[in-house]
Ligand binder design. Structure first.
Ligand SMILES: *[C@@H]1O[C@H](CO)[C@@H](O)[C@H](O)[C@H]1NC(C)=O
Ligand SMILES: *[C@@H]1O[C@H](CO)[C@@H](O)[C@H](O)[C@H]1NC(C)=O
Ligand SMILES: *[C@@H]1O[C@H](CO)[C@@H](O)[C@H](O)[C@H]1NC(C)=O
Length: 708
């Protein structure tokens, strides 16, 4: 009888054959959890709004008010963080009357563009939010009453609606960044209908409205990623707003063509513009290049030049802020992603260093070697500039010479290099693209780890740690989990973390999900499984895999080994281990001679190397199964294309991970003859016996025979 051809095709088609090395690389997630897994374990909760999709464009996590505010298409929502999301507040906010029609008349897409997409959600004061939307290509801002702390209300203040030009882009999807500081909204955007006039803009508050000097071409087709106030020191007068973005600039060596580079730019919060020069324009704007590259063969560097996202890791007191930045390559032939970490002190050093100077458009850039005027361009008016004999209490007092210099030299000569001089994480050959990054600094038993959560374009989140072996060695990457947050593949566009709640808030166009940072029991109920997980959030407490909280349970038994994940050392003498091994019961599987048969083995971790052993009837020990074109080892199990009588025996599937071996399943494969001429056949002490009409069933030293 011919083996069922479709069965083999199905099996082969559905399985990835694991050829050669049985151990996949470390970039395979140790645990993959599906959308259903996450929901059923209460690890995640989803809000898609009353119409099944929010068309989300903005998200603001407000831990003071314990609310999550969402800006969608023609609507705003608020959700209470600690409740089931069954009681949202909604405010409908469509474009002004007639605006939708005008937008269509001007040739814009009625569905994709001619609606009010809410893109700004910023805290105005303790009771109000500032919101701005695209207003069907007529940006509009308004105030929203959110009530006092503890109240759950959401109302649009009808009298507060005003033009949002310069505060919100016209387009629903163009990269854009904003931050609210001291009553003013700072934005990085293109502010005109055609999307050509890129600028950094401040408006709406007590300070004078300022914009970038468009004559100077300070920004080249920028893609803004993030804006934030970062204090340089304890002097509030020195506070600056930093912008992170990419630009496409003329080739820096004066050659033809344009290149993409990433930037950090900044302006002083107390910038008031110039008196005669740079009137109503920034007088303190400076920018520097952010470099993220890996050395390749022969000294050629692979550059990751397109900035995708930035996360600021605020330190405990006394430490410098760290900037985590996610980059992609701009190459058409090679797609890769990298995470570089910058110390804020290194960024400050670059801004204190030489200015970049070019003698003419065709010339190379070099460091400016001449005398730099005082106050040094980029310096905020503060105690440093306003001293006896230095009467510079405002940028309006700055000499014209200073402002002319600032106009001509907005770029620093030195680039900012990452910590250790290279990325902490490099990802190539990924099936997905990476879009968002959030980082949590976690105290574990054996040290402090920065856990990275990376949002992909397919609706999933990767939870990753990079272990620094020390010295110049490459960091070791451990992908702890891959979490499919959204049911359908959709790019993650927003991510916020609440360390207090140990939650991640993940947004896509569809809606928003809250996701627990960890769920330690998912790793299993044995010490070894907990240890192999290498999750800094989780430790074995003597009875189960639980959330590790440093300091709170010092005297309790804790087992954790992030660096090596070695359960042989950590879990020695843990009674559960012996128990777990004994719990693997033998299941009997019947196979038909000459037909195909499949023995399933699904290890928890795809990072584990799977090995199959066979104990033949009558044999004392077991041997590793030899695979060939007839017997294939796949990711889901062992496939016999054509079963032979000699395949009968007890098969054990074991996993090997970090030198630790675990039995996953034990299967007794028993033969069954095809067709009418079924014969009874048993192995007994290595002898094969046959009787017609019986199913054979061989076991070591024993013989089971069943009437067919
Ligand atoms: C899931 O979480 C909700 C609310 O947090 C709770 O009421 C419910 O009991 C949880 N279900 C399970 C299975 O843990
Ligand atoms: C917040 O601002 C609004 C509008 O300016 C004002 O009506 C309200 O009283 C302010 N709330 C507080 C607590 O200052
Ligand atoms: C052979 O295997 C296929 C699929 O596993 C099964 O459908 C078929 O019934 C088997 N044939 C016999 C004779 O057992």
């Amino acid at each position: 009888m011919v083996p069922s051809a479709w069965a083999i095709c199905c099996l082969l088609g559905g399985l990835l054959l694991r050829a050669g090395s049985p151990s996949p690389g470390p970039s395979v997630p140790r645990l993959r959890l599906s959308y259903r897994d996450l929901l059923s374990a209460n690890r995640s909760a989803i809000f898609l709004g009353p119409r099944g999709s929010l068309d989300l464009r903005a998200m603001y996590l407000d831990e003071y008010r314990d609310c999550l505010f969402l800006g969608g298409r023609d609507a705003l929502y608020s959700l209470q963080l600690d409740q089931a999301w069954l009681d949202p507040r909604e405010v409908l906010w469509p474009p002004q009357p007639g605006q939708r029609e005008e937008c269509v008349r001007k040739g814009r897409d009625p569905l994709m563009e001619c609606a009010n997409f809410v893109r700004v959600l910023q805290p105005h004061n303790r009771t109000h939010l500032l919101v701005c939307g695209t207003g069907a290509f007529q940006p509009t801002c308004a105030l929203i009453t959110v009530g006092h702390r503890g109240e759950h209300v959401l109302h649009l203040e009808p009298g507060s609606v005003e033009s949002g030009r310069g505060r919100c882009p016209h387009e629903p999807s163009r990269p854009f960044a904003s931050t609210f500081v001291g009553g003013d909204l700072y934005t990085g955007l293109t502010a005109d209908f055609l999307g050509r006039e890129a600028m950094i803009f401040r408006s709406g508050g007590p300070r004078p409205a300022l914009r970038s000097d468009s004559d100077q071409n300070l920004l080249h087709d920028p893609r803004f990623v993030m804006a934030a106030r970062i204090p340089d020191n304890s002097d509030r007068d020195d506070d600056k707003v930093y912008f992170f973005f990419s630009e496409t600039v003329p080739s820096p060596d004066g050659g033809p063509g344009r290149v993409t580079v990433s930037r950090v730019g900044r302006v002083c919060v107390n910038d008031a513009g110039g008196q005669r020069v740079l009137v109503n324009k920034w007088s303190t704007f400076l920018k520097a290049r952010l470099v993220c590259s890996v050395p390749g063969l022969g000294g050629a560097e692979t550059h990751f030049d397109q900035l995708e996202d930035v996360f600021l890791l605020w330190p405990k007191a006394g430490k410098s802020l760290e900037v985590y930045a996610l980059f992609s390559t701009v190459s058409a032939v090679f797609q890769g992603f990298a995470v570089c970490v910058y110390h804020m002190v290194d960024i400050w050093e670059v801004f204190k260093g030489p200015f970049a100077h070019q003698d003419g458009p065709q010339h190379q850039w070099g460091p400016y070697g001449g005398k730099v005027p005082f106050p040094r361009p980029g310096m905020c008016p503060s105690k440093m500039t306003a001293q006896p004999g230095r009467p510079f209490g405002s940028t309006k007092d700055y000499p014209d010479e200073v402002l002319h210099f600032a106009r001509a030299h907005p770029l620093m000569f030195q680039p900012v290099r990452p910590r250790q001089g290279r990325p902490v994480l490099v990802k190539t050959h990924l099936a997905q693209q990476l879009r968002q990054i959030v980082v949590d600094r976690v105290e574990a038993e054996d040290g402090t780890y920065d856990v990275m959560f990376l949002g992909t374009d397919s609706g999933s989140v990767l939870k990753v740690i990079a272990l620094q072996a020390g010295g110049s060695a490459e960091p070791e990457e451990v992908v702890l989990e891959e979490l499919q947050v959204f049911k359908v593949p959709t790019p993650i566009t927003e991510m916020e973390i609440s360390v207090k709640r140990q939650m991640l808030y993940v947004g896509s166009r569809l809606g928003v999900a809250r996701l627990q940072l960890h769920q330690c029991e998912t790793y299993g109920s044995a010490c070894a499984e907990c240890c192999l997980a290498r999750d800094p959030y989780c430790a074995w407490d003597g009875a189960s895999c639980t959330h590790y909280r440093p300091g709170t349970s010092k005297r309790r038994f804790r087992r954790q080994d992030i660096r090596h994940g070695n359960p042989a050392l950590q879990c020695l003498g843990q009674s559960r281990e012996a128990e777990a091994a004994g719990l693997v019961a033998t299941t009997t599987v019947y196979g038909t001679e000459h037909n195909s048969t499949f023995l399933e083995c699904l290890p928890k971790s795809p990072q584990a190397a799977v090995r199959w052993f066979l104990q033949r009837p009558g044999d004392e020990g077991s041997d590793q199964v030899k695979t060939d074109e007839r017997v294939l080892q796949t990711e889901q199990g062992l496939l016999f294309r054509r079963l032979s009588r000699l395949d009968a025996g007890t098969y054990t599937c074991t996993t090997l991970e970090h030198g630790f071996s675990q039995m996953v399943v034990r299967l007794a494969l028993e033969g069954k003859n095809a067709g009418k001429k079924a014969a009874k056949s048993c192995w007994f002490l290595g002898l094969r016996l046959r009787w017609p009409g019986y199913i054979l069933s061989g076991r070591v030293g024993r013989c089971f025979c069943h009437q067919q």
